[in-house]
Design a protein around this ligand. Sequence first.
Ligand SMILES: NC(=O)C1=CN([C@@H]2O[C@H](COP(=O)(O)OP(=O)(O)OC[C@H]3O[C@@H](n4cnc5c(N)ncnc54)[C@H](OP(=O)(O)O)[C@@H]3O)[C@@H](O)[C@H]2O)C=CC1
Ligand SMILES: Nc1nc(=O)c2c([nH]1)NC[C@@H]1CN(c3ccc(C(=O)N[C@@H](CCC(=O)O)C(=O)O)cc3)C=[N+]21
Length: 342
Amino acid sequence: MASSVFFTHSHCYSSKPSSLVFRQVGVGPTSLRFSSSHVASVAAMTMDSSAKVIDGKSVAKQIRDEITAEVSRMRESIGVIPGLAVILVGDRKDSATYVRNKKKACESVGINSLEANLPEDSTEEEVLNYIAGYNDDPSVHGILVQLPLPSHMNEQNILNAVRIEKDVDGFHPLNIGRLAMRGREPLFVPCTPKGCIELLHRYNVSIKGKRAVVIGRSNIVGMPAALLLQREDATVSIVHSRTSNPEEIIRQADIIIAAVGQANMVRGSWIKPGAVIIDVGINPVEDPNSPRGYKLVGDVCYEEAIRIASAVTPVPGGVGPMTIAMLLQNTLISAKRVHHFE
Ligand SMILES: NC(=O)C1=CN([C@@H]2O[C@H](COP(=O)(O)OP(=O)(O)OC[C@H]3O[C@@H](n4cnc5c(N)ncnc54)[C@H](OP(=O)(O)O)[C@@H]3O)[C@@H](O)[C@H]2O)C=CC1
Ligand SMILES: Nc1nc(=O)c2c([nH]1)NC[C@@H]1CN(c3ccc(C(=O)N[C@@H](CCC(=O)O)C(=O)O)cc3)C=[N+]21
């Protein structure tokens, strides 16, 4: 059945009894300093360790508020409204949900959103025609082609066709190439990795000189996340499906970014005490108690991690909302750049 293909059966067994005590954060023995506006309200703690929840949802809300103010300042001073065009091909339910959320987020900050919904059996040429139209449309400052595309399409051809000045996903090879080069600046940084780094910054996690491990090396998350950490002067290791000793490498990390797509893969015993964990994974697992019949979990076993790490992003409510906030931010950056608006 479809559900047995879609869902992973995975349980995150806690090795310790769950004798959790709750208390305010900000007073624990930790190298983290939290700016007052970002202090999570409570953190779980055991006798010898404490961890903070990195609240991506509330940071994303704050960023959306900052963007709202900038969008209205721009509209009032030069009469320009930033515009984002989203192209969705096919009828994958998860993609449709993401696109709907992006549209809602645009509305919430005053960005115009245009949407092209093309049928699953569209040709590559039809998608390229839409991209060409948006490339030439001055009211469109950002173009996003929702991934994955149907298998009969060549993803490279399609992503290459987006004008780099409108490549708010940051997936164009020219933008990625610049991200990889010292002394060069991409026009846009990919949204999910940018959101991960933004969370570290807003929670005052220092990156310079730290050991960082990125789990996953995809073009859209793992690889650009590793490049960004390196640009911030971390010493970066990348763990992937062919890594022979992943636990050993992950255990050395002060900062872990997990972008694998395997529910609860990273266990508590793999984590160095006090590490900071950014969990990008979005994995549906069966949950008879949820009205949807499933719930979302990350790549890291949260219940175990929260006892050992100094800070962890939850799923949902961690990186996901930040991805969307960064997409809005990139669209604003694009509109400001083209209209020379400071
Ligand atoms: N929160 C958000 O905004 C977003 C969340 N996501 C989520 O993040 C996760 C990753 O997405 P994405 O990067 O697109 O996924 P991909 O499937 O493209 O990449 C997964 C990466 O993980 C590696 N990997 C797979 N299995 C293992 C393993 N057992 N041990 C070590 N490494 C492994 C793969 O290695 P190899 O290269 O060797 O195949 C690959 O590099 C997914 O859960 C996705 O839903 C994605 C985008 C945005
Ligand atoms: N061109 C392109 N750009 C992308 O950025 C892109 C993409 N294609 N394809 C798919 C992935 C995935 N992705 C997510 C964005 C937000 C949440 C998100 O907001 N998640 C919520 C939960 C949402 C829910 O409950 O369903 C959360 O984590 O709190 C998740 C995943 C962007 N992606």
